[in-house]
Design a protein around this ligand. Structure first.
Ligand code: SF4
Length: 219
């Protein structure tokens, strides 16, 4: 992809999503880790509905580590895969206390050994908590990357991440990650993207033709 196209993408995202960040609710580092684990295959909105109750019921990491599994399950039961995720929360809390003095580690290879934590979750944690330049490839980032010609439709998540890292400057990774998520979440939807008025149509590999609504500036 040539420099003009990359700059066009960055300008467009800056114009429409200038001040975007993580939409998961949390107050402590370990709360974000748990929120991201809960967000697998579900929306941030659904996670934000249960985490305030979870962290109010079990206000300390120690409380989560000792919580009966059924009590965690009951609180998060509206979330997909809640039984597995409840096990992960309990196991994670125990490991953080026993092996990391209650702190969330920053090393990617260490993070990805934790229950329920994959590369995407590790990247979110490293970027959000430690300000380390990472691009977490979720479903929105993955779709946007190939629609905008940065990756190919059948690339793996790790190849998509590599291509994004190569295409854009490191100091843009964290902001770009949030901007792509917001663009995908609020305008460039998987099924009915709001393409009318989208200035990236000339770059886009999949502009939709039969469009009704204008693009919405959610910034
Ligand atoms: Fe997304 Fe449509 Fe814009 Fe392409 S033209 S980037 S599908 S909103």
């Amino acid at each position: 992809m040539d420099l003009n196209k990359k700059n066009k993408i960055l300008r467009y995202l800056d114009q429409h999503f200038p001040n975007v960040g993580c939409e998961l609710w949390y107050r402590k580092d370990y709360e974000l880790l748990i929120a991201v684990v809960l967000s697998a295959q579900t929306t941030d909105q659904s996670v934000n509905r249960v985490t305030p109750i979870l962290f109010k019921t079990f206000p300390r990491l120690e409380d989560l580590a000792h919580a009966p599994l059924q009590s965690i399950e009951k609180i998060i039961q509206s979330i997909g895969l809640f039984r597995t995720k409840a096990k992960h929360i309990k196991a994670l809390s125990n490991i953080l206390i026993k092996e990391f003095n209650g702190k969330v580690p920053s090393d990617k290879s260490v993070l990805t050994l934790l229950p329920g934590v994959g590369v995407k979750t590790a990247n979110v944690i490293r970027a959000e908590i430690f300000n380390i330049p990472e691009i977490a490839v979720d479903t929105h980032v993955y779709r946007l990357a190939w629609r905008l010609g940065i990756s190919k439709k059948n690339d793996s998540v790790s190849v998509t991440e590599k291509k994004l890292r190569k295409a854009f400057p490191e100091n843009r990774y964290i902001k770009l990650h949030h901007q792509l998520i917001h663009f995908g979440r609020y305008a460039c939807h998987a099924k009915k993207p709001q393409c009318q008025g989208c200035a990236l149509q000339s770059i886009c590999k999949e502009p939709h033709k039969n469009l009704e609504k204008p693009i919405i500036n959610r910034s």
